[in-house]
Every structure is written in structure tokens, then in C-alpha cells.
Write a protein that binds this ligand. Structure first.
Ligand SMILES: Cc1cc2nc3c(=O)[nH]c(=O)nc-3n(C[C@H](O)[C@H](O)[C@H](O)COP(=O)(O)OP(=O)(O)OC[C@H]3O[C@@H](n4cnc5c(N)ncnc54)[C@H](O)[C@@H]3O)c2cc1C
Length: 395
């Protein structure tokens, strides 16, 4: 399928670097996760450690952050990696969204010891993190619903109890970046929440894998903590400010979710158009039927519209300009393009779309994730109504 390459119109250094990164990622996908391997790992619900390590060895997790600096990677480079992975081994893209968030948070808030113990292995690809925020009582209104509590003991150590759910990748992580309430909120529910680094193998911490319908190359789990003991230096950043610290990385997470969704949409279109050219009905390729062409073209328009928003948002973020509303728009547009393109793909492929022989059914399932994670598209529309259009807050 022809895509309008991001470097077709811009020629600055980052675009050249992005194009080289895309090529590198695709080379690693060819070697470590060709379609049959991606399909098998999805079926077996297994993580592709070889691909993850190869991405790290190629410098694609740190993207210039060597654990010593506090500068997070350039968002334009992160989205280039994620779009390419999203079009193929989507679960690895989901894993990297979490790892990039980890790199961003640790680069900004980790002290020297935390950099050495967690950030260095993370960018080196020999350590991974999971991000534990959501809870059984609420994902959207998570700060108000948060029951996980961390209590400081007289000797300065902490005891953490509570349950986190829908957490991506704790079974393949070494550390969890976990948010817990450390004091009752005074003005806003987002105050009084602290970010902790919790070793995955801590005593009294139990991980249970959930039976989900998509993103099967990465575990999704519930994490229960029953008076888990943590040292005083487990705090990441400032006590009571954890939620606000996470908010500072939200633009990046939205952009990255948009990039994965864009990749899914593009991957689905590539599979669908190839199939449509090869499959015949009434003595001609089904690609010649206008009814299918219209659907494919409409999806292509949605994809390129989402790409334009994503490029604008990533460029604004990289240049330190305001990117919150553009990032929210890009996430909504890309995730809805992914849903639409995979739906189109399933219709074009009809019975073959149901077969696990083709990646369409997996892309169709995986596409749902970013319609509600990390924040639902309904909430992003609320945000845009208030912050882009200046309408009254609706909730
Ligand atoms: C595969 C997977 C991986 C995930 N990975 C992680 C992870 O790594 N870490 C983590 O912390 N979380 C993770 N999540 C959780 C994810 O972030 C939440 O599912 C998401 O934030 C939505 O929360 P919820 O599912 O509790 O939905 P709810 O908050 O219960 O929302 C239900 C519905 O109500 C709507 N709604 C709520 N409030 C409003 C409003 N004011 N206006 C309009 N509509 C509203 C929502 O849009 C939604 O449609 C993951 C989830 C899944 C399924």
C-alpha cells in the first residue's frame, strides 16, 4: 500500500533520522517477528524477548537517553518506532508505550541510585517496567477511586496495600512504577498520591494474569499488594506529587498511543488491499468493486488525517510548544482510524478475515485497546470540549 511518508514533505534532520529508525525497526521485525512468529506468540500468549532485546540493543528504547541525562527521548522518534511496531507485532508496541513512559518518568524524577538500578537496565533492554495506576473501582476517575494506600513507618520505610488492575506487562517486568495514596486529598483528588518503584519480586505482592481478548503478546494482570514493605528510597519524585508528575508525561503517552493505533490502521490497510488485489469474484479482483474501494479510500483518508494530527502534535511537543489538545485529537483520530480500518479489512476479507492465517482478526481485536486506554476517547472529547472549544466542563 502507498502511504504518504512523513519525510515526503519535510527534510529536516529529525525526519531523516525517523526514516532511518523506521527502516531499522522493520529490519528487526523481519528478523525477530515475521508475521508467522507474531501470530504464534499471540496464540501462545507469549512475550517476544528476542525482539525486545534487539530493539534495545539498537538503541530504540533509550533513543538517545543513556540513563545519565534528564532529557526524555524526542517524541518524533518514539512515534516512528511505535507506528512501525503497531503495524506488525502490536503487543511489542504496547509494551514500548509503557517502557517509553518509564524512561520519561525516570529521566525526570529518578535519583542517582534509581537511575543506576532501574533506568540503565530499562534503556539497555535488560530490565522492563510496568505502570500500575488503574484500580478495580475506577480507571477514568482513578485518583478519586484510588484505594491503594502507602503508609510511612517510624523508620521511614513504607508499607503498601491495595489492588491494581489491567496492568500491562508485570509478568515480564522487573519493577512496577506504582501510584498509591499517601495522604488524604485537601483541594483536589490528584493531590496526596505518591509514585513508588516496586520490585516485581517483592514479598506479599501477587500477580494474576487476566484472560483478555487482545494484545496477547503482553500479559495484562491484576497486582495485589498486602502490606508490601518498601525502603524509603522507593519513592520516585516527590511524596504526594505522584499524580501530578504522571500528568506531566500524559501528552507523550497520548501521542504514543496514537502512533500505535496509526500503525494498526496502516497494517490493516496493507493486508486488506493486498488481499483485495489477489482475490477474485465474477472473474475479476474484488479490489475492482467500487463498494470495496469506497471503504478502503475512506479508511485511507482517516489514516492520513490522523497522521497529520500526530505529526503536528509530535512536532509541537518536540519544540516545547503546547501539544495537549493536538495530542488528544491525534489519539482520538488514530484510534478511531484503527477501528475503522480493521472493520473495513474484516469486511473486505469476509471469511478469510475470520481465519488466524491472516493478521486481520488480531489487528481487529488489538485495535480496540487505544479507544479507551490510557484514557477513554469519551474523556478526551470532554477534555477537548473544555480546552479546545472553551465549553463548560461536562462532568
Ligand atoms: C489491555 C489493557 C491494558 C491496560 N494497561 C494499563 C496499564 O499498563 N496501566 C494502567 O494503569 N492501566 C492500564 N489499563 C487500564 C486503562 O487505562 C483503563 O481501562 C482506562 O483508563 C478506562 O478505565 P476503565 O476501564 O475503568 O473504564 P471506566 O472508568 O469504568 O469507564 C467506563 C465508561 O464510562 C465512560 N465515562 C467515565 N467518565 C465519563 C465522563 N465524565 N464522561 C463521559 N464518559 C465517561 C468511559 O469513557 C467509558 O466509556 C489497561 C487496560 C487494558 C484493557
Amino acid at each position: 500500500m502507498h502511504t504518504i511518508a512523513p519525510d515526503a514533505v519535510d527534510t529536516d534532520a529529525v525526519d531523516v533520522e525517523s526514516a532511518a529508525i523506521r527502516e531499522l525497526v522493520n529490519d528487526l521485525i523481519d528478523r525477530h517477528s515475521p508475521p508467522e512468529v507474531t501470530a504464534r506468540l499471540d496464540r501462545e500468549r507469549a512475550f517476544n524477548t528476542a525482539l525486545h532485546e534487539a530493539l534495545a540493543d539498537a538503541g530504540l528504547i533509550g533513543l538517545g537517553n543513556d540513563a545519565a541525562t534528564s532529557t526524555p527521548p524526542d517524541p518524533r522518534l518514539e512515534v516512528a518506532v511505535l507506528e512501525e511496531l503497531g503495524a506488525g507485532p502490536t503487543s511489542m508496541a504496547v509494551c514500548l508505550v509503557v517502557q517509553y513512559m518509564g524512561v520519561g518518568l525516570l529521566a525526570q524524577y529518578a535519583d542517582e541510585a534509581q537511575r543506576a538500578e532501574v533506568l540503565a537496565p530499562l534503556v539497555g533492554g535488560r530490565g522492563r517496567v510496568a505502570f500500575a495506576l488503574s484500580e478495580p473501582d475506577g480507571g477514568t476517575d482513578v485518583a478519586a477511586a484510588m484505594r491503594t494506600r502507602a503508609t510511612r513507618r517510624a523508620d521511614g520505610t513504607w508499607s503498601v496495600s491495595g489492588t491494581k488492575t489491567w496492568i500491562s506487562g508485570p509478568l515480564v517486568a522487573d519493577n512496577l512504577i506504582l501510584l498509591a495514596r499517601t495522604s488524604e486529598p485537601t483541594r483536589s483528588s490528584i493531590d496526596g498520591i505518591t509514585m513508588f518503584l516496586v520490585p516485581r519480586d517483592s514479598d506479599r505482592l501477587r500477580i494474576t494474569e487476566l484472560d483478555t481478548f487482545a494484545v496477547h503478546g503482553l500479559d495484562t494482570c491484576t497486582v495485589e499488594l498486602d502490606e508490601v514493605a518498601l525502603p524509603s528510597h522507593a519513592v520516585l519524585g516527590e511524596v504526594g506529587m505522584g499524580f501530578r508528575q504522571v500528568l506531566s508525561t500524559l501528552n507523550g503517552e497520548r501521542l504514543n498511543a496514537a502512533a500505535v493505533a496509526l500503525g494498526i490502521a496502516r497494517g490493516a490497510m496493507a493486508v486488506a488491499t493486498k488481499y483485495a488485489k489477489e482475490r477474485n469474484a465474477f472473474r475479476r479482483p474484488i479490489a475492482s468493486f467500487q463498494a470495496l474501494q469506497v471503504r478502503l479510500v475512506d479508511s485511507a483518508i482517516q489514516i492520513e488525517s490522523a497522521r497529520a494530527l500526530l505529526d503536528r502534535a509530535a512536532t509541537a511537543a518536540a519544540q516545547g510548544r503546547r501539544a495537549d489538545t493536538l495530542s488528544a485529537m491525534a489519539k482520538v483520530a488514530a484510534s478511531e482510524a484503527a477501528v475503522s480500518a480493521t472493520d473495513t479489512g474484516m469486511r473486505v476479507m469476509a471469511g478469510a478475515g475470520f481465519s488466524t492465517e491472516f493478521p486481520m482478526e488480531r489487528l481487529f481485536r488489538d485495535a480496540r485497546l487505544y479507544t479507551f486506554a490510557p484514557l477513554t476517547n469519551e474523556m478526551l472529547r470532554n477534555y477537548l470540549a473544555e480546552n479546545h472549544l472553551g465549553l463548560p466542563r461536562s462532568f
